[in-house]
Design a protein around this ligand. Structure first.
Ligand code: BGC
Length: 776
């Protein structure tokens, strides 16, 4: 029973509730003209999919010559033995190449090695079909950029596209044709280690970044030798793994799938992504690699996707332990039938499909369709003309680690860093800070700088550590000394060896920089945690450093949001630096010394405690929102021991300058079905340094045929302002921008009332929303 007396129906809250009550009656009736409000999810034809009669004739002729075994070979992708990115290896992959049993290889690179393997396929097999070389080029190939989540924090689409462009240039110069990137999984659970690999929690930001990355990798022309095929992965909803445990079950509604998890995939498809990769999880009880709804009905049927679909690693084999297939033969039939074209590493197609065809359980037309898709990509890459065009030693030597690539990596790294706290303007470091104590396990660790999934990145010699970066920058008699002090290893908890040395250094210094966080492989695949605290004995040392009374700057290197509430209360400044890449140490120095004014904003919510997870800014209001209760009221949606609010909100990040926002204004108070509204606000640099600000547009749809989030990002713009400079930033919205999956599962918008904010973050409570309506 609702205890009405518990609610404090005062002021704005009461008005909001009243408004909801009135309009919800109206919303109970379906929109008068559903078709006028529907927004079709139309397929967008990519440039590379243009008709090519010459290609068709070539492939018709080639396929007419192929045996069933040769066809199945084209649907088989195997890892080389250079490295392993999963639980299995396959002995004898070279014999498989020579026998035409494999059409694609991953985890093999360099012009020399890819040439050798290519030669086996082209000179050793009957039809001379070239191999396709794939690799996980996720945030750089040799020159490593910040991890993907860090790049997302830049909110800078040009910088993100540039990172993908450089990655493609380096990877393609080493024989790679195809990257297993971008990972576009929305992730709202920081326990899940793979949160580090994507663009964070938001649908809109994630979709923009998906487009930028696809374009960066593929350019405008797949035939250009410095571009690579991109892969939208992992299809779909992998980020919703229960309890944040990797590979775990996903159980979400189709509405959440369509409104939250699918949009970045659709954005990638619209940007022309050449391939899709399935995911390890099930969706609605059916493993993704056997899920016809996802792979055929949505991907091909609704979106008109023309490229090919590869599995994630052995996910066809895994349908057996999932309990979906009785054996591998059935798993292969289910995967092919659902829409998987290429089998990564499991060799299920290789070992079972021929028999399935002979026994009539697989349609030959479906095999031909899959083979055709794979061969088309090889053709479009120009491999039939010259199978070695990517394996070019001279180009490799001229391309890797170009100075401009290193400069781009440094630039993206400093753009990715988020200043979370800066009390008393302790940063940027002043000329008075003559002696700097750098303390912590991440202060001088090359291995950690480049994070996980760092492709062919060298983690031993190339990365610039924070110590090296600070020392290179320190001038005018400034000294930087280092003591490790603590450890991030889980079993270091409770130990204090190293503390005394660190404290002695701290005592004799003017400022302490604590470089703490997680070891590089504590995020990424198979790296879930049940605690988000700084691991080991780092916080214990941090407490002692704070107790010295010296100014303490915490620099966090990590691939996920960490629970740093104690630090937030007690240290002077906090910079979240992710894993910043090959040039990371220089980038950290650029920010700490103020050569670069930080501009990053969080692409994920930082919880106060792991108990709040999953937490994201665009949650629903519930029927008992906390704002409606008196302070401490019982029957509202809250925790007894922790506020509902996170520690740092999505979109949050400080600068060394300050920005003022005018109230937002609208071009009109309402728009019709074909209309639009322009919302504007003037942003002023109110401090004394030039700086960049990410201006964010949020909207709330007050009443819907299904409940709507309390806020949704619908636009953003990153602008540079000189001290005192003001700029008016405008966003134009059409009804279609407010579309969602409605009660009847159609995709469209609904007439009604909306609130809108133009703000520096999702949590800018002071900024008062303006209201507009969409009329019928
Ligand atoms: C990962 C994929 C990756 C693949 C190939 C899998 O374990 O989930 O993201 O692309 O390995 O390395």
């Amino acid at each position: 029973m609702i205890k009405a007396t518990q609610f404090l129906l005062a002021g704005a809250a009461a008005m909001a509730l009243a408004a909801c009550a009135t309009t919800s009656e109206a919303a109970a009736t379906p929109p008068a003209s559903a078709s006028a409000t529907a927004v079709p999810i139309a397929p967008v034809e990519p440039e590379w999919a243009r008709p090519d009669p010459k290609m068709d004739a070539f492939l018709d002729e080639l396929m007419a010559k192929m045996t069933l075994q040769e066809k199945i070979g084209q649907l088989t992708l195997l890892t080389s033995d250079w490295e392993s990115t999963g639980p299995t290896m396959r002995e004898g992959y070279q014999q498989d190449i020579a026998a035409g049993r494999v059409g694609a290889i991953f985890n093999a690179y360099t012009a020399k090695y890819t040439r050798e393997l290519q030669q086996m396929a082209v000179e050793g097999t009957r039809l001379k079909i070239p191999l396709l070389f794939g690799y996980d080029v996720i945030h750089g190939h040799r020159t490593i950029f910040p991890i993907s989540l860090g790049e997302a924090a830049s909110w800078d689409m040009e910088a993100i596209e540039k990172s993908a462009r450089v990655s493609a240039a380096e990877a393609s110069a080493e024989g790679i044709h195809w990257t297993f990137s971008p990972m576009v999984d929305i992730a709202r659970d920081a326990r899940w280690g793979r949160i580090s690999e994507g663009a964070g929690e938001d649908v809109f930001l994630g979709s923009q970044i998906a487009k930028a990355r696809v374009h960066g990798y593929q350019g405008d022309d797949l035939d250009a030798v410095d571009t690579v095929l991109a892969t939208a992965k992992h299809f779909a909803a992998y980020g919703a793994a229960q309890a944040g445990r990797d590979y775990h079950t996903v159980d979400i509604s189709e509405r959440t799938l369509r409104d939250v998890y699918l949009p970045p995939f659709k954005a990638a498809a619209d940007a022309g992504v050449a391939t899709f990769m399935t995911s390890f999880n099930e969706y609605d009880g059916i493993p993704a690699s056997g899920n016809k709804f996802l792979l055929t009905d949505v991907l091909r049927g609704e979106w008109g996707f023309d490229g090919f679909v590869v599995t994630d690693y052995t996910s066809i084999n895994e349908m057996v332990p999932h309990g979906f297939s009785k054996d591998l033969a059935q798993a292969g039939e289910q995967a092919l039938g659902a829409g998987v074209d290429m089998d990564m590493q499991g060799a299920v197609y290789m070992e079972n499909l021929a028999k399935s065809v002979e026994e009539g359980r697989v349609d030959m037309a479906r095999i031909d369709e899959a083979v055709r898709r794979v061969l088309e990509m090889k053709y479009r890459l120009g491999l039939f003309e010259d199978p070695y065009r990517y394996s070019d030693q001279a180009r490799q030597e001229a391309t890797l680690y170009k100075p401009e690539f290193l400069e781009a990596a440094r630039d993206v790294a400093r753009k990715s860093m988020v200043l979370l706290k800066n009390e008393g303007d302790v940063l940027p470091l002043t000329v008075q800070a003559k002696s700097i104590a750098l303390i912590g396990p991440l202060g001088d660790s090359k291995t950690d700088m480049i994070g996980s999934w760092s492709a062919a990145g060298d983690r031993k010699t190339r990365p610039v550590t924070i110590l090296e970066g600070l020392q290179a920058r320190a001038r005018d008699g400034v000294t930087v000394e280092y003591a490790k002090g603590a450890s991030y290893d889980f079993d270091a908890e409770g130990k204090t060896d190293g503390f005394a040395e660190a404290l002695a250094l701290a005592e004799k210094s003017d400022v302490i920089i604590a470089a703490m966080g997680e070891r590089w492989d504590m995020t990424g695949e198979a790296a879930s945690r049940t605690s988000l605290d700084l691991p080991g004995n780092q916080t214990a040392l941090l407490e002692k450093l704070v107790a010295t009374g010296k100014p303490v700057v915490l620099v966090v290197l990590s691939g996920r949001p960490n629970t740093i509430a104690w630090a937030d209360e007690n240290v002077d400044a906090i910079l979240h630096a992710w894993y910043p890449g090959t040039q990371g140490g220089h980038a950290v120095a650029d920010v700490l010394f103020g050569d670069y004014n930080p501009s990053g904003k969080l692409p994920v919510t930082f919880p106060r405690t792991v108990g709040q997870v999953p937490i994201h800014y665009d949650m629903k209001n519930t029927g008992r929102p906390i704002e409606l209760g008196a302070p401490g009221a019982k029957y509202v949606s809250r925790y007894l021991n922790t506020p509902n609010d996170p520690l740092y909100r999505f979109g949050y990040g400080l600068s060394y300058t300050t920005f003022g926002y005018s109230p937002a204004t609208l071009s009109a108070a309402s728009m019709g079905p074909e209309g639009s509204i322009t919302a504007s606000a003037t942003v002023t640099n109110t401090g004394d340094r030039a700086g960049e600000e990410v201006v964010q547009l949020y909207v709330r749809d007050l009443v819907g045929s299904v409940t709507r989030p309390v806020q949704e990002l619908k636009g953003f713009e990153k602008i540079m302002l000189q001290p005192g400079e003001a700029r008016t930033v405008s966003f134009t919205l059409q009804p279609r921008d407010l579309a969602f999956t409605r009660a009847d599962m159609s995709h469209g918008w609904e007439p009604g009332e909306f609130q809108l904010w133009i703000a520096p973050s999702s949590g800018a409570k002071a900024s008062i929303p303006v209201t507009f309506t969409i009329t019928e």
